[in-house]
Design a protein around this ligand. Structure first.
Ligand code: AHR
Length: 511
């Protein structure tokens, strides 16, 4: 009896020490798979993303390449295990005519990139270059079709060019251009931001256009096309409502959603020298993803209770002012610990909603917005966001474990946000991974995790942390921020105690 009292007292003491942050993890209640496609990326003909960042041309005297693509970038992306890559835009997609980018280089027309700085492009990176790159990366291509300024025939032809294995005008052309076998592209976007740069359409009008385009995009062979409707911006719930109501669901695999974490479109603030106030606002915008995903999903549930149509967040990330001295239309920004915690928090949200959210694409992959890679001539660096995406990729295709969380608040002035977000999964080998992101700018979070439904014998982990929120990797100091082993978790009687420093990300593995 005395011993029981002592145990109770000790338990109460340890709970109160960690009283504010408590997580209950249900290891035996996992039902839904975290699609690897939540870890997708986005590459647009914008600034230095494609030209310079990815493609520098064959026989480049300074930079080692494979078929004109930077080898350092290929190697880094293979390590990251990217499941899909969206191309060629963005707003650019609704101006892009894919036939301009095939065939001998000398015959390809130059075009003007009217969305992004009116720069002239020579079309040296086209369909073959992109799809062959995806093969090298072991990633699935996601082609964004031109619905804004293209034609139904043009998009139907692109599908036939990339996917048809028999005799046809487009497969003949593909073979003449050096590719015998089709690439079998599954993911197709029908326009981009149709409410804005994709044509300034009303949702009812776009729903009709979608139906028309989708009708002529034919699945062939074993490749069933997965058709993605251009989705809402942020909280435009009416857009999702109309699409779900007006497009027959046998023509629709997914509805997209775009949400950027922007402080103010007219005053975005610097990417590195931001204040705590600006940081807090970025976190508020990022945390809005929880509400957006919940509410768009609720609308989808109304029309599709069996969850046949997926929600795809095919543009997300932080958006700040461009780096001083760079072209304003090129959207080149640095990437700090603010971006790392933004990514950790957002991935936790997507994973916890994995029943409906089946794909997401961080904007953008190299040199644009919240990039995972930055390049400067022959130099390349990995950003803090890269490291979070890499640490979290253990969740790809694992079973999401439901959890409840009680967390401290991160308060600034009269505003508050949950300091901690968490998601967890169990992979095919039986390993449970728990991802924890502490967005608090000043306070570490001590956390008690009650592990239910499984017995664990060991825990280890990795952490991404830094001395200041503004810390970032530079071409002079490329490894200032990188993951380190984390030994701050203790496991006893299936109770886990963890301490996560301010603005840090931790991923634990339990066996
Ligand atoms: O990612 C930059 C731009 O943001 C994309 O081209 C567009 O879809 C969005 O508005």
């Amino acid at each position: 009896m005395k011993n029981l009292h002592l145990t109770l007292l000790l338990t109460l003491c340890s709970i109160s020490m960690y009283a504010q942050n408590q997580i209950v993890l249900n290891a035996d209640l996992g039902k839904h798979t975290i699609s690897k496609h939540i870890y997708g990326h986005f590459s647009e003909h914008l600034g230095r993303c494609i030209y310079d960042g990815i493609y520098v041309g064959e026989n480049n005297p300074k930079i080692p390449t494979v078929d004109g693509v930077r080898k350092d970038v290929i190697d880094a992306l293979i390590k990251l295990k990217i499941p899909n890559l969206r191309w060629p835009g963005g707003c650019f997609a609704d101006t892009y005519h894919w036939k301009d980018g095939i065939g001998p280089l000398a015959n390809r027309p130059t075009i003007v990139n009217t969305w992004w700085g009116n720069v002239t492009e020579n079309n040296s990176f086209g369909t073959h270059d992109f799809l062959n790159l995806c093969e090298k990366l072991g990633t699935e291509p996601y082609l964004s079709g031109n619905v804004g300024s293209g034609t139904v025939q043009e998009l139907a032809d692109w599908v036939q060019y990339t996917n048809f294995d028999g005799v046809s005008p487009m497969s003949k052309l593909r073979k003449e251009n050096g590719r015998e076998k089709p690439w079998n592209v599954r993911f197709w976007g029908l326009g981009n931001e149709a409410w804005g740069c994709g044509g300034n359409m009303k949702p009812e009008y776009y729903a009709n256009i979608y139906r028309q385009y989708a009708t002529f995009m034919t699945s062939t062979g074993n490749t069933r096309l997965y058709k993605i409707a251009s989705g809402a911006s942020d909280a435009d719930y009416n857009w999702t409502e109309v699409l779900m109501r007006d497009i027959p669901h046998n023509m629709l695999d997914a509805v997209a959603l775009h949400h950027y974490s922007v402080i103010d479109w007219n005053k975005k603030g610097p990417s590195t020298t931001f204040s705590e106030d600006q940081y807090f606002t970025t976190m508020q915008r990022a945390y809005q993803m929880e509400e957006l995903v919940t509410r768009h999903s609720n609308i989808m549930d109304k029309y599709d209770p069996n969850k046949r149509v997926d929600l795809i967040v095919d543009e997300w990330g932080g958006w700040y002012d461009v780096e001083p001295g760079t072209n304003g239309a090129f959207l080149y920004q640095q990437n700090t610990m603010r971006d790392a915690v933004l990514a950790g928090m957002t991935l936790n949200i997507f994973q916890n909603h994995c029943e409906r959210v089946k794909m997401a694409n961080l904007a953008q992959i190299v040199n644009v917005l919240q990039a995972v890679i930055l390049t400067k001539e022959e130099k390349m660096i990995l950003t803090p966001t890269y490291h979070v995406m890499e640490m979290y990729n253990v969740h790809q295709e694992a079973t999401m474990l439901p959890l409840t969380i009680q967390t401290n608040q991160y308060k600034l002035d009269n505003r508050q946000l949950p300091a901690l977000t968490c998601s967890a999964s169990k992979n095919k080998e039986g390993v449970t991974h728990i991802s924890l992101t502490n967005i608090h700018a000043r306070e570490a979070q001590e956390i008690s995790i009650d592990l239910r439904g499984a017995k664990y014998a060991s825990v280890n982990g990795r952490i991404l942390t830094a001395a200041t929120l503004q810390d970032h990797n530079t071409f002079e100091n490329p490894e200032k921020i990188k993951p380190a082993a984390y030994n701050g978790a203790t496991l006893s009687n299936n109770q886990l105690k963890v301490k996560v420093p301010p603005f840090s990300v931790v991923v634990l593995a339990l066996k």
